[in-house]
Design a protein around this ligand. Sequence first.
Ligand SMILES: Cc1ncc(COP(=O)(O)O)c(C=O)c1O
Length: 221
Amino acid sequence: MPADIDKFTSLNIPIIEDCAQAIGAEINGKKVGTFGRVAIFSFYASKLLTTGYGGMVFSKDKNIINKARDYREFDCRQEYYPRFNFLMTDFQAAVGRAQLKKLKSFLNRRSKIAVEYYKALSKEKVWPSKSASIKKSIFYRFIVRDSQPETLKIFMEKKGIKTIIPIESYELLHRYLGENPQDFPVSEQIAKTTLSLPIYPSLSSVEVKKIKSALNSYYEK
Ligand SMILES: Cc1ncc(COP(=O)(O)O)c(C=O)c1O
């Protein structure tokens, strides 16, 4: 679900939108990635559209785009400073262009799977809850809220269903920065209570049924 972007843009500081998991999402009919000074997108294999590895920088600010290009195009440069060999190959670009044509159908399929999961789970088990909103969400992940995600994960594994804990406590940014975890109770709590169900366009209806039935038996619905 897109962030409350107004709260950030109203601070009048340059905003970098991380849209790695959000291509196609919208706020009030406007695509995410168009609200800040610059946006980044990831086209890694597991993302909403893929070029294998790689991604995209989007900005309406020509200086930023020129700077990004300059970092990437390292050959035949007269000024020496660090640049990076991050060029996307033509083959990857061709895959990306073909994927882009299918993006709408990929996102629709993900939404359809999400609708099925919403049916299988009670309201308090789903995060964020399904509500009418000006925000158009993208189901990159489908998050179950549970006080013991590890137990649910093992249960699902025994049924042949792989789930993941999307963010572990040790990955939280404030931990990297050596801050006191008690000062970040919300992210600490979320990291301990979330599990991500399989959701991707090629997941078949039979597989979705199997996942729903496993959830039903876990929660004894
Ligand atoms: C939210 C978010 N930001 C950034 C990245 C990094 O993208 P990449 O792996 O293409 O560098 C990812 C990838 O997992 C991500 O999920």
